[in-house]
Ligand binder design. Structure first.
Ligand code: ADP
Length: 171
């Protein structure tokens, strides 16, 4: 056992957005080590493969701090969130809250997860106002319709999105 405080931030990250990054910047202030859990979520029909999503999260978080930055560990997972939290030794689950629309779902999840493991607390963070409306789903829609996604995602992610959207359009 260590007394390290380990947080787990789970999501689909299809792809990682500036909203996710804002939450990550806040989360690392609360924990000694942050595990970012990238869910396989095949059911959601992700635009990017699991490997691509993990690589994008790794790249975008690696550059956020200079030397001596927080410890961030990006890991894929395909099991029950609470089992994954136990496996990585997390005492805290981090979730982002955007609008009232997120609340109902998160409220249920916290209730169910607390029954599965009452020792793990879920902590909700809100992004800075200008990032609050960003959702991966909407960014993908804008990219598919040829809109400008530069304000919503990191530059390299925007490039990949435009490329993937073009591939999808051309069959
Ligand atoms: P999305 O819901 O956009 O598909 P994820 O499933 O990857 O994204 O979300 C992972 C977590 O990040 C969730 O808790 C979600 O509420 C949070 N999140 C995503 N975008 C934002 C944002 N713009 N502001 C705050 N939290 C966010």
């Amino acid at each position: 056992m260590t007394d390290q405080r380990i947080g787990l931030y789970p999501g689909t990250f299809d792809p990682i957005t500036n909203g996710h990054i804002d939450i990550i910047r806040r989360a690392v202030k609360l924990v000694d080590r942050l595990v970012i859990g990238v869910a396989i979520n095949a059911g959601k029909g992700p635009l990017f493969s699991l490997e691509e999503r993990v690589a994008m999260v790794e790249r975008e978080t690696a550059g956020l701090w200079g030397n001596g930055g927080p410890v961030i560990d990006v890991r894929p997972f395909d099991c029950l969130l609470m089992h994954f939290a136990e496996r990585v030794g997390a005492q805290i689950i981090i979730r982002g809250l955007r609008a009232v629309s997120d609340f109902e779902y998160e409220f249920q999840m916290v209730g169910m997860n607390a029954r599965l493991n009452p020792d793990v607390e879920t902590v909700f963070l809100m992004a800075e106002a200008r990032y609050q409306a960003i959702a991966s789903r909407l960014v993908k829609e804008i990219a598919a319709l040829g809109g400008d996604i530069a304000p919503f995602v990191p530059q390299k992610v925007a490039k990949m999105l435009v490329k993937r959207a073009g591939e999808r359009r051309n069959g």
